[in-house]
Design a protein around this ligand. Structure first.
Ligand SMILES: *Cc1c(COP(=O)(O)O)cnc(C)c1O
Length: 325
């Protein structure tokens, strides 16, 4: 059972929105991305209805590191009188610290400077360099924020309030997050952001210059994604070859692709990745698969037309993970 409210998300929106939609019984209407990997504005307009409560955009997207056309979406949200959430989980501590020209076009507006943006999420546990478990949601007005509060006035246990979905939480985590932010400071965030984007530009150039590879995504952000362009070069085999050399890339689907997410921990390895990637492309052209590789599994899992079966498999994997051994 879902209630009859809809939110509009791009196919590249983070999977966490499906979790939220399942919890709150909200329907999701998915729109495709355009050739730059950005949320397709025309498709968003077509998908709107009186029941639309929220448009969900990313700055940038997890799969391809692309910043959605949030300026245009802001106008649409204002016209429709619906909310616009900007998922800046990845970009929240990077984009504000860039001066502009670095991401090849420019850093488009993506935040509350746009009147239609009603909420934003930023992960302190990613580029805020705090521990996992801490994250931030921001609202454009305190009136909107009130909708996430719980207040119980007639409970036997007394008066009860809880401002977040999570109940009791560790103050240590909040202190650690605060300490991480103070330690980094504006200067620290700015320095790291520039280093990451410089490396991303270098990796993007190497991918673009490699015969057989094609970049996905128009912006140079921390996520660099690519696919293979000729049939003799299977991207999952390419991944297996890179895995055998110790690289752990994210494996994407629709289209089949890989991405590398640059962080302070791996930034010094980007040159080595470029060398290995160029070599791996040559090797993968001559191979169908490599022994012990996962390419057949990815090929099967991503190619199965019955997504329900894959969903069940994923549920079983979670059972296995939580089982006592
Ligand atoms: C990490 C991430 C999220 C949320 O992930 P959690 O692990 O649930 O914190 C949402 N959107 C994007 C773009 C992300 O990268």
């Amino acid at each position: 059972m879902t209630n009859s409210f809809y939110r509009i998300v791009s196919v590249s929106a983070h999977a966490a929105v499906y979790k939220a939609a399942e919890y709150f019984k909200i329907n999701i209407v998915r729109v495709p991305t355009d050739e730059h990997g950005q949320m397709n504005v025309a498709a968003v307009k077509r998908a709107l209805s009186r029941r639309t409560i929220l448009i969900y955009a990313s700055a940038p997207t997890y799969p391809h590191g692309v910043i959605d056309p949030i300026e245009e979406l802001s106008d649409i949200a204002l016209g429709q009188r619906c909310c616009l959430h900007v998922d800046a989980c990845l970009g929240g501590f990077i984009l504000p610290f860039l001066s502009g020209r670095e991401i090849e076009s420019h850093v488009p507006k993506f935040d509350f400077s746009l009147a239609g943006v009603t909420s934003m999420s930023l992960d302190t546990h990613k580029y805020g360099y705090a521990q996992k478990g801490s994250s931030v949601v921001l609202y454009s007005t305190s009136v909107l924020r009130q909708f996430q509060y719980t207040s119980v006035a007639d409970w036997t246990g007394g008066l009860y309030i809880s401002p977040t979905p999570a109940g009791s939480r560790s103050g240590g985590l909040i202190a650690q997050t605060w300490a991480a932010m103070l330690h980094m400071g504006r200067e620290g965030y700015s320095r790291v952001a520039h280093e990451i984007i410089e490396s991303a530009i270098k990796l993007r150039k190497a991918v673009a210059d490699t015969d057989g590879l094609e970049l996905i995504g128009r912006h140079a952000t921390m996520v660099v994604a690519w696919r293979t362009t000729d049939r003799t070069n299977n991207v999952y085999v390419l991944n297996d070859i890179l895995s055998s050399k110790g690289w752990r890339l994210a494996v994407l689907q629709n289209p089949s692709a890989l991405h590398f997410c640059i962080t302070p921990a791996n930034i010094s390895s980007v040159d080595a990745l470029i060398d290995d990637l160029k070599q791996a492309v040559q090797t993968s052209r001559t191979l169908d698969k490599i022994p012990g590789g996962k390419a057949p599994i990815y090929g099967l899992a991503h190619g199965l037309p019955d997504r329900g079966v894959v969903k069940e498999l994923l549920r079983d994997i979670q059972d296995l993970m939580l089982q006592n051994v």
